[in-house]
Design a protein around this ligand. Structure first.
Ligand SMILES: *[C@@H]1O[C@H](CO)[C@@H](O)[C@H](O)[C@H]1NC(C)=O
Ligand SMILES: *[C@@H]1O[C@H](CO)[C@@H](O)[C@H](O)[C@H]1NC(C)=O
Ligand SMILES: CC(=O)N[C@H]1CO[C@H](CO)[C@@H](O)[C@@H]1O
Length: 325
């Protein structure tokens, strides 16, 4: 009787010690990884917070006196008149990783359709050469990051935000065929189409020059640059893609002027026709929803979450063991 009581006491003491060690490891891991945990949380919670006050930033007839069907606007309208034009008349298309100019045969028509409906606008095609020069000149502090991206799509996405910030104007995927002038939208300092099920698409964005929100996106490129779970798709979406940009939108203090064209009418998921575009839905990287042919990257974050998981499991197991004594 006495002996077994003694034994039980000893093993209880050992359990308690292990419990405290587990708690300490857990707390230390959380402390060391607190920034990563915060960014992870913001990414995970997008679905919960995206729709908060959505009626204020989703473009509508009642709030903005805007016809989202565009039926009331002329196809040739390239200015927001009588409203002030906040977005400068500049088109940006990105053709990174295409040294031989192959985009011309494949996407020449859709690119030209957008140039054609905006006569007199500046039009830029960004290739490896001029884009690299642009980043080095305008964002020298981000050049190393930009060069170090694992996946070409990350470089394309980061470039969209940088171009939009430095020049303002309209950033367009090459597989978007323009059906009409974007003039009516130029009265808003930022516009992007709603994505399904949350957030917005970055294949089409318009913004004023040096827009504060776009500046916040650019600044946070460094913060979100991780090999998320070591998975290519997650890495692209969370460090530079739609999911990342939508998270920055959610955490802006006043989202009223960060306008979103309502889905599903304007969503560019798949091969669709919206009031302003025919989305040709390419299967190459030119389109955002393209299948990403990429390899598994570094596992640093995976290891981090593995340890958090082990510490948690240890903690819970010891707790339930203790309860039995
Ligand atoms: C189109 O314009 C007419 C007349 O200006 C207006 O009465 C109508 O409400 C508008 N429709 C939409 C959908 O904006
Ligand atoms: C948010 O911005 C809008 C438009 O600029 C403004 O009318 C509104 O008062 C702002 N809301 C707050 C809470 O500051
Ligand atoms: C959502 C988010 O993490 N936004 C951050 C962007 O970066 C600035 C600092 O550069 C942070 O203050 C924001 O919290």
């Amino acid at each position: 009787m006495q002996k077994s009581h003694l034994l039980r006491n000893q093993s209880g003491g050992r359990s308690r010690l292990t419990l405290w060690v587990a708690v300490a490891i857990l707390l230390l891991t959380f402390w060391l990884g607190r920034h990563l945990l915060y960014t992870t949380w913001t990414l995970a919670a997008l679905r919960v917070f995206w729709h908060e006050n959505a009626s204020q930033f989703i473009i509508s007839q009642s709030n903005d006196n805007f016809d989202v069907t565009f039926a009331n606007y002329s196809k040739a309208q390239v200015s927001a008149e009588p409203y002030q034009d906040l977005v400068p008349p500049i088109l940006h298309h990105i053709a990174l990783g295409d040294t031989e100019g192959r985009w011309k045969s494949r996407w020449g028509d859709s690119v030209q359709s957008c140039v054609d409906v905006h006569p007199g606008w500046e039009s830029h095609i960004w290739t490896d050469d001029n884009a690299s020069k642009f980043v080095a000149e305008k964002f020298p502090q981000l050049k190393e990051l930009w060069d170090s991206y694992h996946y070409p799509v990350e470089r394309i996405d980061a470039l969209r935000y940088m171009l939009l910030y430095a020049y303002g104007g309209v950033v367009l995927d090459m597989d978007l065929k323009c059906k009409r002038g974007l003039g009516p939208l130029r009265r808003f300092s930022f516009v992007a189409p709603e994505a399904h099920p949350t957030g917005f698409s970055i294949g089409f964005m318009m913004a004023s020059k040096e827009n504060a929100f776009v500046g916040d996106i650019v600044r946070n490129l460094t913060v979100y640059n991780k090999q998320w779970l070591g998975l290519p798709y997650a890495t692209v979406m969370f460090s530079t893609g739609c999911h990342f940009a939508s998270v920055i939108h959610v955490y802006e203090s006043n989202r009223t002027d960060l306008k979103i064209l309502p889905g599903p009418l304007h969503s560019l998921n798949g091969r669709v026709s919206t009031p302003i575009f025919d989305h040709l839905g390419s299967s190459s990287w030119h389109s955002y929803d393209a299948k990403l042919i990429v390899t598994i990257g570094s596992r640093v974050n995976l290891i981090f979450f593995f340890f958090v998981g082990v510490a948690l499991a240890l903690f819970l197991r010891k707790k339930s063991l203790l309860r039995r004594f």
